[in-house]
Design a protein around this ligand. Structure first.
Ligand SMILES: [Zn+2]
Length: 126
């Protein structure tokens, strides 16, 4: 295995600025991969915006997969989040289990909120 450094050129998808991408060893990147890397590293506003969007998406994804453990339920949640994200619904409230409500909405700054509220009271009848 060689550890020779190779220099390839990637192009930002938004501003067209080219960037040198260094690869080490026998890693062969396609032009699309090089372009994606150049876009990711670019500081032009649309590339930064995309980076923010990706980070936000990951944040939502991590939250949902952490809070809901069934893959089916996760899929449903992403669907519903999508309908709030694209403004189909302003707000969605789900009664998930008998004692859990999930509320999904966007605030006036377009930040997405997901609130999981447990409604069960601790009650004993003996
Ligand atoms: Zn750019």
């Amino acid at each position: 295995m060689s550890d020779k450094k190779k220099e390839k050129i990637g192009t930002c998808a938004y501003c067209g600025q080219t960037r040198i991408i260094e690869t080490i060893g026998d890693v062969e990147l396609t032009q699309a991969e090089l372009d994606a890397m150049a876009t990711e590293r670019c500081v032009c506003p649309p590339a930064q915006e995309e980076k923010r969007k990706k980070a936000r998406k990951k944040k939502i994804h991590d939250f949902v997969t952490k809070k809901f453990n069934s893959p089916k339920l996760q899929g449903e949640m992403f669907e519903i989040i999508g309908t709030v994200e694209d403004d189909t619904f302003e707000e969605v409230t789900l009664k998930l289990y008998p004692d859990i409500n999930v509320r999904i909405w966007k605030d006036s700054y377009s930040n997405l909120h997901i609130k999981i509220k447990r409604t069960e009271d601790d009650e004993l009848k003996a």
